[in-house]
Write a protein that binds this ligand. Sequence first.
Ligand SMILES: *[C@@H]1O[C@H](CO)[C@@H](O)[C@H](O)[C@H]1NC(C)=O
Ligand SMILES: *[C@@H]1O[C@H](CO)[C@@H](O)[C@H](O)[C@H]1NC(C)=O
Ligand SMILES: *[C@@H]1O[C@H](CO)[C@@H](O)[C@H](O)[C@H]1NC(C)=O
Ligand SMILES: *[C@@H]1O[C@H](CO)[C@@H](O)[C@H](O)[C@H]1NC(C)=O
Ligand SMILES: *[C@@H]1O[C@H](CO)[C@@H](O)[C@H](O)[C@H]1NC(C)=O
Ligand SMILES: *[C@@H]1O[C@H](CO)[C@@H](O)[C@H](O)[C@H]1NC(C)=O
Length: 482
Amino acid sequence: MFWLFALPLLIADVQVAGVNTGLKVQVTQKGLEYGGQFVVELLKSVLMKEKIQDINGSYQVPLVGNAQYSVWGLHVSQIQEHNSTVGFAEGTGVSLGIRDAQVLLKGHWRLTTSLGSDSGTADIRIRQLFLSTVLGVDRGSGGRLRVWCAGCHSAIGDLDLTFYGGSSWLYNLFASSFKGSLQSEVNKQLCPELRKGIDDLARVLRTANVSAKMDSFAEMDYSVVNKPVISADQFNMDLKGQFFRVGQPHTSPLVPAPFLLPDQPGSMLLLGISEFFANSAALVYFTSGALRVNYTDKTIPKSIPFRLNTKSLGLFLPELKQQFPDMAMEIHITARKQPLLNFHPGGVDAAVFGAAEAFVVLPSARLASVFLLNIDANLTGQVLLEPVKSGKSIGRVGGSVALKRFRLSQDRSSIGEIKVKFLEKVLYVALQLASSRVNKRLKKGVALPNIYNATLVNPQVAMYQGFMLIATDLHYHPQVAA
Ligand SMILES: *[C@@H]1O[C@H](CO)[C@@H](O)[C@H](O)[C@H]1NC(C)=O
Ligand SMILES: *[C@@H]1O[C@H](CO)[C@@H](O)[C@H](O)[C@H]1NC(C)=O
Ligand SMILES: *[C@@H]1O[C@H](CO)[C@@H](O)[C@H](O)[C@H]1NC(C)=O
Ligand SMILES: *[C@@H]1O[C@H](CO)[C@@H](O)[C@H](O)[C@H]1NC(C)=O
Ligand SMILES: *[C@@H]1O[C@H](CO)[C@@H](O)[C@H](O)[C@H]1NC(C)=O
Ligand SMILES: *[C@@H]1O[C@H](CO)[C@@H](O)[C@H](O)[C@H]1NC(C)=O
């Protein structure tokens, strides 16, 4: 009996644990209110593109008799709204309400009676337009976002019709007689038009990319992993946030640890970046062989007196000088294992496991391996995010790094035992010097490209156990050249 009860719990647990999440995105009420302005603008532009169907009919004109009228080429020329609301529709998506909007429609008219035909232009002024709609948001196929129109209601409170041209003064007298039919005709077309606009958006999303190629080694999968959780004041979405080798199947031995974003309603947007996200990148660069570098004498700046040859290195390794007098050298540094990154409240810790193989360049230009050292280092760092003034970039990311531990050990040597402790001390000092140069560059940071015409406002980075939180406001520039 116990198992009957335990089984569903067990299955539910497995499903939760099976969700691979490297990134979490949250839009707060504040973010929705800001973004809502642009949603209303978007909706207006959808309605402005609307081509209202022609309206034909007939009615009795006193003294003249039966009149056939036709209003065609109607389009929305102006929308004024001051009382729009945007909110989260719990469990569904986003709701939008437009109250008391004024809409001006322009078009042409033609009237045919027994006396002949007459034509001109016409204005339809909608005084009170009410429109409410719910945009459903869910995870669609392939981890893409799926949107649909989950409800729409429209009403027109009052409407005015004015004819211009021809004998319009005459028809204006009777305009009110077909106001009613026009009102319901226009109203009938509002929700279908809106649905068409949402369908267009849905079509774009259905074919959207869910991974981005970072370089020739790595691509990042940012597909949506489960149904977005929409509450009364938050929209939460889990993205895979994992790196893979370009063109390889999306499988990985890494398993993400669950994490929860803290409440921060004062920011529009929260982004949680997990340790898993960073470690999946480290694994990809390691397995694709990107973590290796060769040093030859040419790659060492001329200003540095220490040269990469047996004469210079011979100061520390006398046997090297004896066996290979006056020869050029190369040092090949590779990662032995994937680097490990650890996010915690104090910052980011990294452990790197390298190997340095030293070669002598023989007169025949062949390389002779002389020794192999293992290098183990622990680094600790901070991440900084800064707003930028120019619209070309969304923001600038930088940081700082410090060396915490540095160990050398001899793996093999053909020139006798290497005094690794001594070499370690020399290199530690050299690395400390180098790190101040690296930090100067890191502090300047790099500008992230601006693809959505938005810039970060008041961004903050906070470190937690297992993840990094970026909380920020955004400023969107709809027309600023990127
Ligand atoms: C309305 O009448 C015009 C002629 O006045 C005609 O060309 C048009 O096709 C008609 N449209 C509809 C929807 O009946
Ligand atoms: C907007 O509509 C709400 C509800 O009808 C009303 O309370 C509020 O006063 C309106 N605001 C404006 C600026 O018209
Ligand atoms: C999707 O990715 C492909 C391949 O990386 C790229 O060629 C294409 O431009 C991307 N499409 C969009 C809409 O970003
Ligand atoms: C380093 O040199 C080795 C041997 O010459 C070569 O196989 C390797 O591709 C080089 N690596 C880089 C990153 O240049
Ligand atoms: C260095 O990193 C390794 C691997 O993460 C860790 O076990 C060790 O405690 C670290 N040592 C220091 C001094 O931070
Ligand atoms: C960004 O701005 C450019 C230039 O004004 C515009 O062409 C593009 O559509 C905008 N993109 C978005 C996502 O608003």
